[in-house]
Design a binder for this molecule. Structure first.
Ligand code: TXA
Ligand code: MG
Length: 333
């Protein structure tokens, strides 16, 4: 499905070359068609989702997937999320039990990735799985992502940032981080949710584990399951290999729970704590999630070295926001 657009002259989706060989494609039917053509030819293309921009390769194309790891500088033991156009497509790749089906029905398309046992012989390159017997699957809720998935999916896609850095929520962030290393970015403007998907793994006992807090509040998942999510706290048993302490890091140092700016610091406010900028002046967690990475990118671009961030409550989307802030503040590995 492609968003309705007036007819355009041929080639209007092929915007000007930018960032040494990486093209910025317009977020219209022609741009989607060109992105799909590049992907089907083994290319790697960044595309918008409701959470953050992903760097896509066709999931079955091992060479293209290898280029994704290379472009990001991502360790090959960190598996990728496979993006699908429907729950049926997900079930062709993985085995879904009753909990997984209930969660797909309740929350797809949307910011929820499910880790499920991969079907033997599924058309997914081994590098996508990084040796795990499971695959992370997600159906994004964004018209351009869905149109692209209909045309060229399933797509393996990590967030479209250099490994360890802040995820991109605008096409300009993608070009700043990966320009020259990827074929194109499909420009869909800012991502409405702004933090990555929530990752959940149903378990044998009929419940589910929360592997990463994200754009779908854990409370909503618990309400749908009628049970609390289990949270893995033993780092030795963490199953989402990308969940290392330092991640999502801007270049500057971060201090959390700040009520005011210290010497040399730029204060990022929230609610009543006023700063030079604010995640949300009204204390709205959705607005704060949508602004979070753009604020960190802006501070990076300005070369700010000391960042203080106001407290954010640990409920709903606040859990994902605080998770990303704590990783951003963690000592660098
Ligand atoms: O919102 C999102 O999820 C974005 C957009 C582009 O969809 N994608 C994203 O991908 O955040 P990435 O690669 O940056 O994060 C994926 C996470 C990693 O922490 C990875 O370790 C975990 O998912 N993961 C992938 N496959 C897994 C598996 N089979 N078991 C456990 N964790 C898995
Ligand atoms: Mg990422």
């Amino acid at each position: 499905m492609v968003p309705a657009d007036p007819p355009r002259p041929p080639g209007s989706g092929r915007s000007s070359p930018e960032a040494a060989g990486t093209r910025r494609l317009a977020g219209d039917a022609a741009g989607v068609a060109e992105a799909a053509r590049l992907l089907c030819a083994g290319g790697i293309v960044a595309f918008p989702t409701e959470t953050v921009y992903g760097l896509g390769a066709r999931a079955a194309d091992g060479r293209a997937v290898a280029r994704v790891f290379e472009a990001k500088g991502r360790p090959a033991f960190n598996p990728l999320i496979v993006h699908v156009a429907s729950a049926a497509e997900a079930e062709a790749l993985a085995e879904a039990g009753p909990e997984a089906r209930a969660l797909m029905a309740a929350f797809w398309p949307g910011p929820l990735a499910l880790v499920l046992p991969v079907r033997p012989g599924a058309a997914v390159a081994p590098l996508v799985l990084a040796g795990l017997p499971t695959v992370a699957l997600r159906m994004p809720d964004h018209p351009l992502a869905r149109a692209l998935l209909e045309a060229a999916g399933p797509l393996a896609a990590p967030s479209a940032n250099p490994s360890g850095r802040v995820s991109p929520t605008e096409a300009g962030h993608v070009l700043a981080g990966l320009g020259g290393r990827i074929d194109a970015v499909l420009d869909g403007g800012p991502c409405p949710v702004g933090v990555e998907s929530t990752i959940v793994m149903p378990d044998a006992e009929g419940g589910a584990r929360l592997l990463r807090a994200g754009g779908l509040p854990a409370e909503a998942i618990e309400a749908a399951l009628g049970a609390a999510l289990r949270v893995e706290t033993d780092p030795a048993r963490v199953v989402a290999p990308g969940q290392t302490a330092s991640h999502y890091a801007p270049r500057g140092r971060l201090r959390l729970e700040a009520m005011e700016a210290g010497p040399g610091e730029v204060l990022v406010g929230f609610g009543p704590v006023r700063g030079e900028m604010s995640l949300s002046p009204s204390g709205d967690l959705r607005e704060a999630a949508a602004n979070l990475f753009a604020v960190l990118h802006r501070l990076d671009a300005a070369g700010v070295e000391r960042i203080a961030v106001a407290p954010v409550p640990e409920t709903g989307l606040g859990r994902a926001i605080n998770d990303r802030l704590r990783r951003a503040a963690a000592p660098r590995g």
